[in-house]
Design a protein around this ligand. Structure first.
Ligand SMILES: [Zn+2]
Length: 76
């Protein structure tokens, strides 16, 4: 199979750049990150986040975790 980053590996649909909401539920906190850049499949709705964005997310989640609040909602 030819690797084409514009096509969804799950269904072969076309991926569109957009934003999504990422949420994690850890121990005592729920962290919600809004406005996360992602590629979204127009056919099945699957979302992909690139490495750079994922690194940024990791830092946001780590900072939010330190605050120990029950819910954190952050826009990226
Ligand atoms: Zn798809």
């Amino acid at each position: 199979m030819i690797k084409n980053s514009k096509l969804c590996p799950l269904c072969g649909g076309y991926k569109k750049t957009g934003t999504t909401t990422y949420s994690v539920d850890i121990e005592t906190s729920i962290i919600v990150v809004r406005n996360v850049k992602a590629k979204i499949c127009t056919q099945c709705g699957e979302e992909w986040i690139d490495n750079k964005t994922a690194d940024g997310l990791e830092k946001i989640v780590e900072d939010a975790r330190k605050k120990k609040s029950q819910i954190e909602v952050i826009a990226m």
